[in-house]
Write a protein that binds this ligand. Structure first.
Ligand code: ADP
Ligand code: MG
Ligand code: ZN
Length: 546
C-alpha cells in the first residue's frame, strides 16, 4: 500500500514538473507583469521566479529551493499584490519580518506582522482585517510560535478561509521543519496542520537548503508530498573559491591577513568571519594595530553601534568588517569583493551563505577559507549537541582537506547538483593550479595513532588532538610516548591533515567532556577502528606529504 502511494506521488510530481510553468498565457499573466513594473519597479524576473508564481497562483503546493539573495520573497509578494485576499507568510525571525515590512511599506504595499511582542492595538487591527473582505491588507507575517500559541489567530484564519479571503501560505526558511536540517525549529511542526485545516489553500515553502532528504522530510511534515519542487542552480560563477592553511602561529596568521588586505584586496571591500565574539574583537584590534581600517560586528554590541559600523563599511570608511555570523541578515552591499573565513564555518550551508555575500553585483570576488585543525574543535564543542551538528561540520572539513578536486564541484555535490568541470573556468584554487592526484594509504599512521591512544588509556590520560600529535612527534609528557612508533618524517601540518581525515571518516571520534568553564574535545577510536585490525585494510587519502 505504501508503495502504491509512493508511486502515485512520484507520478504526480513528475507530471507537475513537466507542465510549462514559465508560460505567459495564464489568466493573471498581464496583471503580474504590470505589478512587477509598476509596484516593484523590477525590469526582469530571475530564474524560476515566474514558474513559482504561476504554480502557486494555479493553487499548486510548491517548494522553491534557491540560494540566499536569489529573490525568493518576490515569489509570494507579487502574487499577494495581484490577489484579492490575504497571503500569510510564516517566518522564523522577527528581524527578517521587520526587514521585509520596511521594504514593502516603501513600495506602498499593505502588510503587517504578528508576533509575541506586537501590541494589543495592532493585533486587533490585523485580526479584524483578516476577516474583512474589503480590507487592503495583502500580507500578514507571523512567527510559527505565534501561530502555534494563538487560538485567536487560528480561529480568525478559519473564518477568513470560510469567507474565501485566505489566498495562500508562504513558509520562509521551510527547512526549519526538518530535524535533518541545520536549523530545526520545533515550532515549525505545528505547520503540519495547515493542509488539513485549510484544504485547497496552496502552500509555498521557500529555502536555500537543498539536500533531497531534507526536502522530502519537509514535504511529509507539511503533508504536501508529491508537490512541485523547483530548484534553482547554486552555482555562483563569479566567485573564486580558495582554501589556505592557516598558520598556527598567531603573528604569522595576522601577517598573512595584513598582506591580503594591503595588497591583493587593496582598495576593495570585504568581510572577515570569525567564530566567537572574543575572536572578532581581538582580530579587529590586531588589524587596526597594523593600520588597517576595519570595524567589528557581533550580537553583543548595541544596535546603534552596529548600524554605525555597517554604514561606515557601506560608505567605504572601513575596508572590512570583522564579524561573527550575526553579521548577515539584511546585508545589501553589491560590491563585496572578498569574504575571508578566519575560522571554518559550521556547515556547508553556512559557508555557502556567508561566502555568498561576496559578488552580488556579478563581478569577480574571492571566498577564502583559512583552515586549521585546531579550529575544528572550537566549533565541534559548540555544535556536538545538535543531532547532525558534527556531520555538518565534518563536511566543511572535507572541503578544506581536499587537495585536488574543484572546490566548485565539491560545493555542487553538497547541494546535489551536477556541474560540469568547465563550469568552474579556473575560478577555484585547484582548477587554476591543478595538483597531481596523489593517493596514499595512511592505515599505518592510523595504527601509530591507536598505539599512542592505548598508551594514554593505560596512563589514564585523555588526549586532545593537540596532545595526540605532540605525543606522535615525541613531544609533551614522556609517559605518552610510544617507543616503537616512529616520529613522522613529514610536517606537523600533514599529521594534522591525517588526523583530520581519520576523524571525518570515522577512524577517530570526538569524545566530549565538560569542565567547569568549557567543553573539551578529546579523541578516541572511532566506529571504523575495527577495520584497521585487518592486515589488508587501506585508508586512502589524497594528500601530498610534505
Ligand atoms: P532570498 O529570500 O532568496 O534570499 P530576497 O527575496 O531577500 O532573496 O531578495 C534579494 C534581493 O534581490 C532583494 O533586494 C530583492 O529586491 C532583489 N530581487 C528579487 N528579485 C529580483 C529581480 N527579478 N530583479 C532584481 N532584483 C530582484
Ligand atoms: Mg529570504
Ligand atoms: Zn574549480
Amino acid at each position: 500500500k505504501d508503495k502504491l502511494r509512493d508511486d502515485a506521488l512520484l507520478k504526480k510530481s513528475f507530471s507537475l514538473s513537466k507542465r510549462n510553468w514559465g508560460n505567459e498565457d495564464f489568466a493573471w499573466s498581464a496583471r503580474l507583469a504590470k505589478a512587477l513594473k509598476d509596484v516593484f519597479e523590477i525590469e526582469k524576473l530571475r530564474e524560476l521566479q515566474l514558474p513559482t508564481m504561476n504554480a502557486i497562483m494555479s493553487k499548486e503546493d510548491v517548494i522553491l529551493i534557491m540560494p540566499t539573495g536569489g529573490g525568493k520573497s518576490l515569489c509570494y509578494q507579487l502574487p499577494a499584490v495581484i490577489s484579492e485576499g490575504v497571503t500569510v507568510v510564516v517566518s522564523p525571525l522577527i528581524s527578517l519580518m521587520e526587514d521585509q515590512l520596511h521594504g514593502l511599506r516603501k513600495l506602498d504595499i499593505k502588510a503587517n506582522m504578528l508576533c509575541a511582542k506586537a501590541d494589543k492595538e495592532s493585533v486587533k487591527t490585523i485580526m479584524t482585517a483578516l476577516v474583512d473582505k474589503s480590507s487592503p491588507l495583502k500580507l500578514i507575517y507571523v512567527t510559527p510560535e505565534y501561530m502555534a500559541k494563538s487560538n485567536r489567530f487560528m480561529s480568525k484564519l478559519q473564518k477568513a478561509y470560510e469567507l474565501g479571503h485566505l489566498e495562500r501560505f508562504a513558509i520562509d526558511e521551510v527547512h526549519c521543519c526538518s530535524q535533518w536540517g541545520h536549523d530545526f525549529r520545533p515550532d515549525y511542526k505545528f505547520l503540519g496542520v495547515l493542509k488539513s485545516m485549510f484544504p485547497g489553500i496552496p502552500i509555498l515553502g521557500l529555502t536555500a537548503t537543498a539536500p533531497a532528504k531534507i526536502i522530502v522530510d519537509v514535504q511529509k511534515m507539511l503533508d504536501i508530498s508529491g508537490c512541485l519542487v523547483l530548484r534553482a542552480s547554486f552555482n555562483r560563477p563569479n566567485l573564486y573559491y580558495e582554501v589556505r592553511r592557516k598558520p598556527a602561529d598567531k603573528e604569522a596568521c595576522l601577517a598573512m591577513i595584513e598582506n591580503l588586505l594591503k595588497n591583493r584586496f587593496s582598495g576593495k571591500s570585504g568581510i572577515i568571519y570569525t567564530t566567537t565574539i572574543k575572536d572578532a574583537e581581538q582580530l579587529t584590534t590586531d588589524l587596526r594595530d597594523r593600520g588597517i581600517k576595519v570595524g567589528c560586528y557581533h550580537a553583543m554590541l548595541e544596535a546603534n553601534y552596529r548600524s554605525e559600523v555597517y554604514s561606515k563599511w557601506m560608505s567605504g570608511k572601513y575596508q572590512a568588517v570583522v564579524a561573527t555570523i550575526a553579521f548577515g541578515l539584511g546585508i545589501d552591499k553589491p560590491d563585496v569583493r572578498f569574504v575571508i573565513h578566519h575560522c571554518v564555518s559550521k556547515s556547508m550551508e553556512n559557508f555557502y551563505q556567508e561566502s555568498g555575500r561576496a559578488g552580488r553585483d556579478g563581478k569577480k570576488s574571492v571566498c577564502l577559507v583559512l583552515y586549521r585543525l585546531a579550529d575544528v574543535f572550537k566549533l565541534s564543542t559548540m555544535v556536538f549537541q545538535d543531532k547532525v551538528g558534527l556531520q555538518n561540520l565534518y563536511k566543511v572539513v572535507a572541503y578544506c582537506l581536499d587537495q585536488t578536486s574543484c572546490r566548485r564541484s565539491l560545493i555542487a555535490t553538497h547541494f546535489e547538483e551536477n556541474w560540469k568541470g568547465d563550469d568552474c573556468a579556473e575560478m577555484c584554487d585547484h582548477c587554476r593550479k591543478p595538483n597531481v592526484r596523489k593517493q596514499m594509504d595512511i592505515v599505518r599512521y592510523c595504527r601509530h595513532v591507536y598505539q599512542i591512544m592505548t598508551k594514554a588509556v593505560q596512563n589514564q590520560v585523555r588526549l586532545t588532538a593537540l596532545k595526540l600529535i605532540d605525543a606522535w612527534y615525541g613531544k609533551g609528557a614522556s609517559s605518552l610516548r610510544v617507543s616503537n612508533v616512529p616520529v613522522p618524517n613529514f610536517a606537523r601540518e600533514t599529521a594534522e591533515a591525517i588526523v583530520g581525515h581519520l576523524l571525518i571518516n570515522g577512524y577517530l571520534q570526538e569524545d566530549f567532556h565538560f569542565s567547569a568553564y568549557s567543553t573539551i574535545s578529546y579523541l578516541k577510536r572511532g566506529p571504523k577502528s575495527g577495520l584497521v585490525l585487518s592486515n589488508d585494510h587501506k585508508i586512502l587519502f589524497n594528500y601530498e606529504l610534505c
